[in-house]
Design a protein around this ligand. Structure first.
Ligand code: NDP
Length: 445
């Protein structure tokens, strides 16, 4: 870790992601000295390629803006680089390196042939017009297109990059390359997208929670669930929770959260989807619209997030990294939460994860629990290559099977390495072994 910190200064999220994996891997490296000799961990930590570029664009008033664009291509041992693009003012090299690093293990767990990458820009789509977002996406793609391709690197969405942005990015790529290929996933249904891709991450996180509960002979029916975020992942998490008879009582955005004791039903969820995806409004409007719900603004100076301080059975953090700190984790445990399925990437701090593991609750780390999104992106790539489209039932069944397999593999691996019930070790070790073996086979590259 000292070496990682020295070589990658000022990248705390990247250090955190590496630390968490490295801790699990001591169990493997002790049993398999050949990985140490081949310096597999050192090689996985160092991205194969990092591209940083200027993105200059003009707003509606004619003013010029300069943003910074990135693509991190971390590992291609088992397939083309694959991972989302994030547009958010907080984006920097360290955050994208952590996300790309996590993606390597996550993609390996899906059973599909995908390497790991991630990218994005410190651009904030909030408050921008559609034309401004389009001009930004086009300027971004004018550089990115040289580094990606259907057999090289296939980006998708992430925070701030949804259906609208994917459309503008794909349109510019197609124009520049004069090729209609599956270079991006999350595409619209009439131009190469897959059904269930928008739903996949949220659905997958709920399927994973259901699989964890099955090990205790329980299911989600009647369970009270805390969900954070109100974007893509949060929306479809709530959707699937409703289908399975659970009661989701919270949603949030970066300004605050709503608590709805009665539960978020289909009508309320439809309101949230319209509010967030079309009107691009704030979650506080939910409390204005639905009596009995309460909106609380979140003070960033507070040492905890009040959303995690309600009585519940399950938590689905679906907003962003480190949204559950040490105090939040303690609050969750005190309030009776015994299932945490991470829809977001690394939403729990190291100290929070330690508490969950110590309390022996059902804790599904993001790289396993939210792998449904990238898995369905893999299914979109497969459909694009074959030039066919599967039905909703077919894709959902495949997604479900993939989530069940990921659960089985993580559960079995944790047991095999002497830490039964520890899905963190299970996911890190199983993901690592697949990539490590491919790297050993391919020699020193
Ligand atoms: P969206 O942009 O659709 O939604 C993000 C949500 O999180 C919004 O409600 C946003 O609020 C909130 N949020 C973002 N940043 C912060 C912050 N710093 N503090 C508090 N709230 C914040 O993104 P997604 O739903 O796609 O992604 C959510 C998480 O899931 C991310 O961690 C992402 O990496 C992860 N993920 C996503 C996948 C996908 O398929 N989309 C796949 C796997 C993981 P506001 O509107 O105010 O910004």
């Amino acid at each position: 870790m000292a070496d990682v910190k020295a070589r990658n200064p000022v990248e705390p999220e990247f250090h955190q992601a590496v630390f968490e994996v490295a801790e699990s891997l001591t169990l493997v490296l002790d049993r398999h000295p050949e990985y140490r000799r081949a310096k597999i961990l050192e090689r996985i930590i160092e991205p194969e390629r990092v591209v940083i570029f200027r993105v200059a664009w003009q707003d509606d008033a004619g003013e010029l803006h300069v943003n910074r664009g990135f693509r991190i291509q971390t590992n291609s041992a088992i397939g083309p680089y694959k991972g989302g693009l994030r547009f958010h003012p907080s984006v920097n090299l360290g955050i994208l390196k952590f996300l790309a690093f996590e993606q390597v293990f996550k993609n390996a767990l899906t059973t599909l042939p995908m390497g790991g990458g991630k990218g994005g820009a410190d651009f904030d789509p909030k408050g921008k017009s559609d034309s401004e977002v389009m001009r930004f996406c086009q300027a971004f793609m004018c550089e990115l297109f040289r580094h990606i391709g259907p057999d090289t690197d296939v980006p998708a969405g992430d925070i701030g990059v949804g259906a609208r942005e994917i459309g503008y990015l794909f349109g510019m790529y197609k124009r520049l390359r004069n090729e209609f290929t599956g270079v991006m996933t999350g595409k619209g249904l009439t131009w190469g997208g897959s059904v269930i891709r928008p739903e996949a991450t949220g659905y997958g996180a709920v399927y994973f929670a259901a699989e964890m509960l099955k090990t205790r002979k329980q299911d989600l029916a009647g369970k009270t669930c805390l969900v954070s975020g109100s974007g893509n992942v949060a929306q479809y998490t709530v959707d699937k929770l409703i289908s399975l008879g659970a009661r989701a009582v919270t949603l949030s955005d970066s300004a605050g959260y709503i608590y709805d004791e009665a539960g978020i039903d289909r009508e309320k969820l439809a309101f949230v989807m319209d509010l967030k995806n079309r009107q691009r409004g704030r979650i506080s409007d939910y409390a204005d619209k639905f009596k009995g719900s309460v909106y609380t603004s979140i003070d960033p100076a507070l040492d905890h997030n009040p959303l995690w301080n309600h009585k519940a059975d399950c938590a689905f953090p679906s907003a962003t990294q480190n949204e559950i700190n040490e105090k939040d984790a303690a609050n969750l445990l005190r309030n009776g939460v015994y299932v945490v399925s991470e829809g977001a990437n690394m939403p729990t701090s190291v100290a929070g994860v330690e508490q969950f593991l110590e309390a022996k609750i059902l804790f599904g780390p993001g790289k396993a629990a939210n792998a449904g999104g990238v898995a369905t992106s893999g299914l979109e790539m497969a459909q694009n290559s074959m030039r066919i489209s599967w039905t909703r039932e077919e894709v959902d069944a495949r997604l479900f099977n993939i989530m069940r397999t990921i659960h089985e593999v993580c559960h079995g691996t944790a047991e095999k390495y002497g830490t039964p019930g520890n899905y963190v070790n299970g996911a890190n070790i199983a993901g690592f072994l697949k990539v490590a073996n491919a790297m050993v086979d391919q020699g020193v590259v």
